[in-house]
Write a new protein. Structure first.
Length: 150
């Protein structure tokens, strides 16, 4: 993985406001993703669907999407379609893939959190936390219509 501090801000730098995104269009062809990237994207969306409803670290999900899991895939799709630079999508997916394929080597119990360290550092829960805190906070849907299919 590249230096994380240098790359955090530039991932969202080119988010554009696109009013007429056809959210029913095909992810693979429109985003020009490989099968492996589609698998990573599917893993990401499924991780968000599983983890965000648990709510311990998803305040923006609850505010913007009212806790509605059925809107997660649509939100992610619209967010990705808004990025001007498609290479940033591939970069984001490479970070997710790296996290999925290189699980943290932790053991024991975190007494401060009162939970198993492996559970706390699961990539799925980390992705949901970052998604909620970073992407949804910095790129909230401007209106409810922004998250409803065209």
């Amino acid at each position: 993985m590249k230096n994380n501090s240098n790359n955090k801000d530039h991932l969202l730098q080119d988010v554009q406001s696109v009013k007429n995104i056809n959210s029913k269009s095909d992810w693979k062809s429109n985003l020009k993703l490989s099968n492996e990237e589609i698998n990573t994207l599917t893993f990401f969306v499924n991780a968000l669907k599983d983890e965000l409803p648990k709510g311990h670290s998803a305040p923006h999900f609850n505010i913007y999407l009212k806790g509605d899991v059925s809107q997660i895939e649509e939100y992610v799709k619209r967010f990705l379609f808004k990025l001007k630079d498609r290479s940033k999508i591939k970069e984001l997916l490479s970070y997710i893939k790296h996290g999925r394929d290189n699980r943290p080597n932790v053991e024991g119990r975190d007494e401060n959190l009162n939970m198993d360290a492996k559970e706390h550092y699961r990539i799925e829960s980390r992705l949901a936390s970052v998604f909620d805190s970073y992407f949804m906070l910095l790129n909230p849907p401007s209106t409810q219509a922004d998250i409803i299919q065209n």
